[in-house]
Write a protein that binds this ligand. Structure first.
Ligand SMILES: CC(C)(COP(=O)(O)OP(=O)(O)OC[C@H]1O[C@@H](n2cnc3c(N)ncnc32)[C@H](O)[C@@H]1OP(=O)(O)O)[C@@H](O)C(=O)NCCC(=O)NCCS
Length: 166
């Protein structure tokens, strides 16, 4: 046998290699606390949405994920993406305040869109809270426009507690 490692042996090495700074990759267990911290800093959490449950739910199936980017080993940006079988959806687009306005938010959306397109999405949508209209300019720059729809929702009681919309 030559000393050259085969592909199979390389797999664990590659899997353990950290993503390059700024590269969007799927969230790992080690990222969870930092992701929740970032969402709180960005004021995206709400009392009725447990962020840990949201993260676990997004990681539970093949149709959704949370992408994260790191800088100096810390999570600095996220985007949650999910394909519901009809549309792709974005949630929790967040950039650490010190890195905002440097193109990272655009990169987060582009990465999440690519993830959704790879799963068959032909249209990507998102909801903006009525109290967060400042962010409309950001999405406008990325080509997102008002779809002239009103979003309706209701809480469903289940054995997991209330399950509802972001
Ligand atoms: C919204 C957010 C993700 C934007 O990220 P960002 O890294 O600052 O945005 P970028 O630097 O990638 O900006 C991309 C483009 O949008 C523009 N832009 C960014 N924020 C904007 C705003 N509030 N209004 C108008 N334009 C904006 C930028 O100027 C840039 O334009 P360009 O392509 O012509 O250069 C970030 O501000 C954030 O995390 N906010 C708090 C969390 C939040 O509200 N998330 C959205 C939930 S719906």
């Amino acid at each position: 046998m030559s000393g050259r490692p085969d592909g199979e042996r390389l797999v664990p090495v590659l899997a353990a290699a950290p993503a390059a700074d700024g590269e969007f990759v799927e969230i790992t267990d080690a990222d969870v606390e930092q992701v929740v911290e970032l969402w709180k800093t960005c004021e995206l959490t709400r009392p009725w949405n447990d962020p840990y449950v949201d993260i676990a739910d997004a990681r539970a199936g093949d149709g959704s994920t949370i992408l994260v980017a790191r800088a100096d080993g810390r999570v600095v940006a996220t985007a949650m993406a999910g394909h519901d079988g009809h549309r792709g959806w974005l949630y929790y687009v967040a950039v650490a305040p010190e890195l905002q306005s440097t193109g990272v938010g655009r990169a987060a959306v582009v990465a999440a869109e690519a993830w959704l397109v790879a799963r068959g999405a032909r249209k990507v949508q998102l909801m903006v809270r009525t109290a967060n209209t400042d962010v409309l300019g950001f999405y406008g720059r990325l080509g997102y426009a008002d779809q002239e729809c009103t979003v309706l929702g209701r809480w469903i009681e289940s054995d997991r507690g209330r399950v509802g919309l972001e």
